[in-house]
Design a protein around this ligand. Sequence first.
Ligand code: AHR
Length: 510
Amino acid sequence: MKRISLLLLGVIMAVAASAQVQVRIHEEAENQPVIPAEIYGQFAEHLGRCIYDGIWVGPDSDIPNINGYRKDLVEALQELKVPVMRWPGGCFADEYHWMDGIGPKENRPMMINSNWGGTVEDNSFGTHEFFNLCELLDCEPYLSGNVGSGTVEELAKWVEYITAEEGTMADLRKKNGRQEPWSLKYLGVGNESWGCGGNMRPEFYADMYRRYATYCRNFDGNILYKIASGASDYDYNWTKVLMDRARGHMQGLSLHYYTVTGWTGPKGPALGFDTDSYYDIVAKAVEIDEVLTNHEAIMDAYDPQRRVHLLLDEWGTWFDVEPGTNPGHLYQQNTMRDAMVAAMSLNIFHRHTDRLKMANIAQIVNVLQAMILTQGKEIVLTPTYHVFRMYNVHQDATYVPVDLNAGQIISPSGRIMPDMSVTASKDAEGKLHVSIVNPVVDKAQTLVLSFDDLNPKNVSGEILAADTVQSYNDFGKEPAVAPKAFTGFKKTGKTLTVTVPAASIVALTF
Ligand code: AHR
């Protein structure tokens, strides 16, 4: 962890802040990686009001819906261009028995969601409902399989039910209304197997993983991409043991990293925080840079060709639940601070895509750092949603290297973060996209952008900013945080001078 002397606690300093930040955009650089669209992945767990209420209201609901899915949510997600969605958990995955969620709804058993508040669920959202949603959103499904309390046979049959053209499982699927198999690429074998997924030791899980992965077969041209349950945060030993003992059997190894002040005791409120807490949270979020680098170094030692991918399949902010809500439902509001965490994190992910091939923010609706919040018929698009919408231009675009002489901020808890963050990419049509984050709450910063070759003529811009970093969007109110057109730039010869307001995110297209 990059921490500095306790003597500096309580001091927020711009170590090398300069009035003008020079940014060199290497738009002509060759052999750059493509930013996988999957970096913009989502996660939907049976947790609180994510599935029921959030995504699924059922076809008989008076909330406008498309075959049971909230219409407003589907439309908002279509705008985001969701590339991949992970389901059904999380911790829930290791207690989920998929056979309870198929067939006529009236025959599906009730279940207690023991991980998340003991809520009773009716299994009305199951395999068909998830895969049909992915088709509606044109996104890749990522199935998280039950290793903790399931069996090898159960998981093997789930894969067969989804992907086989013929046989007993395919017949059952057809009887339940789906003739053609779905396509399934991403298969997670367990979740947090060191914790809620079975409290296993890495050596034991590595063998379990190999056994489960063996019997998850490729049917009728469907090729599985198998993902081992990975470490949390700074648990480098888990990555080491999994790479040592099971790397030949996996395409991906996962990692979870939450921006949380600690796992015991209060996590702090999502709303009404002070400036110290703002810097602490953003600085904790950007520590992911170092955590990714360390896990990648271990993977490099075992797999220098980078055949096994790293998948950050849970990340985002984790605060105390909103007062009066079920503590097991992890419902939190979302402010401009969350938008900063999202944008700074995505900028970092873009630099790690030689190993990092997917990231799934937790979670899509009504849970943790959500894109969307719902309340009855109302829906709110969060500041984080707007970042994902503004940034979706980077999906599958070619990474463009950027040189930036940013200064540093030392947060009250002693973490170091940059005082400016810039990322760039070039899309298939040749448009250059530059996304800029100024995380400083009280200082606009001037950036001077220079290019290899580009004469910045046709520039358009969008900005996400608000009155304060505590601003958020609430039900029944005009949105306090929403993107607006941005014109705060000026062409000077072959450079572009951009004035980036305090605590704002600017997206430029050339
Ligand atoms: O996203 C909430 C929970 O966080 C997930 O269920 C679990 O995998 C992680 O601990």
